[in-house]
Design a protein. Sequence first.
Length: 405
Amino acid sequence: MTADSAPPKLPLAGVRVLDISNFLAAPLTGMFLADFGAEVIKVERPGGGDEMRMWGNNKGGVGLYYKVINRNKKSVTLDLRTPFGRDAVLRLAAESDVVIENYRPGTLEKWGLGYAELAAANPGLVLLRVSGFGQTGPNSHRPGFGTLAEAYAGFAHINGEAGSPPLLPGFGLADSTTGLMGAFLTLVALNGRAANQGRGQVIDLAIYETLFTLLGPQVVDYDQLGIVQQRNGSRLPFTAPRNTYRTRDGCWVSMAGSAQSIFLCILDALQIPEIVQDPRFADNRSRLTHAKELDVELQKAVERFDLAVLLKRFDERGAAVAPVYDIAQIFADPHFQARENIAGVVDAELGGTLRMQNVAGKFSDTPGSVRWAGPRIGEHNREILIDRLGLDVDAARSAGVEVPS
């Protein structure tokens, strides 16, 4: 490869991240940073490693979701409770820009790895602390996971059908949104070092906080109008129509008429333009009051068409609709393929190509990429601990760290 054809330098190349976290939310932050070129060293417990390796489905004993969440990272094994593990972490922190952790508040301090010790080794260090309820407040001592955050933040209360029990999401919603926010806040803090005399700082992020922030106008509506949003299926309290509808051939589509022009296009595509003449459905405020009646009319119209015909009619008229896909349909969809939303990487541990969600967002000049899947446990022990830090091989092995000969 010539210099002219060499791939561009990734935008976070040169940023070093020490990921001593486990499970999902905090490791996702490391994944997002690694996707764009940060060197992320993941520290795992000797023996079993991150418990994410045991979550969900596996193939031949290899945890599949671990491979996604920890892609583009390097794995070393250290017991942070031992003098050897503590010393190694402090040495790694000394040459890192960021440390990511998600232990219960006070745990790192108990191990002699609080921010005071980390900053003494590296004053410019940014420490991202992810916990269920944050480092402060009366609930800070409680264990916290995404499932609890989805209830605590108010999401579960509004999710589900009217009159039905609160419904938790079918994936780690609070953890995933926390991972995104963690990556954003980390980059803000790194950029902010210039305004902070080169010093780093602590980011205290509770898992429930991002989801709470994203829950729409609930706070302002309650503050100003005393409104408490309730469960209402797929409908929204601020626009109508918004729901899913079944086609003649038993498929489902999602439709939304958030703009009046789009609503008119929907009526045209469904061959019911007269609906807008009904004063109940004339504008968005009227439709919100009569959303259930409108859904009845739209369902009667939708079920006259097979999915393919319906999608074609909507496309021709610029009306908003999307099929309700399962993952098998996503794999087959030409748009997902054209956008390269699913990436494939060769993985020696699984013995073939592993496909996963690609990096989100298209950079014109320095795109991120999935360069490798989550590594074997301790795969980079020699490279990082022995060759880079110069730690003693025998001492490492005595501390339970596997180092290949």
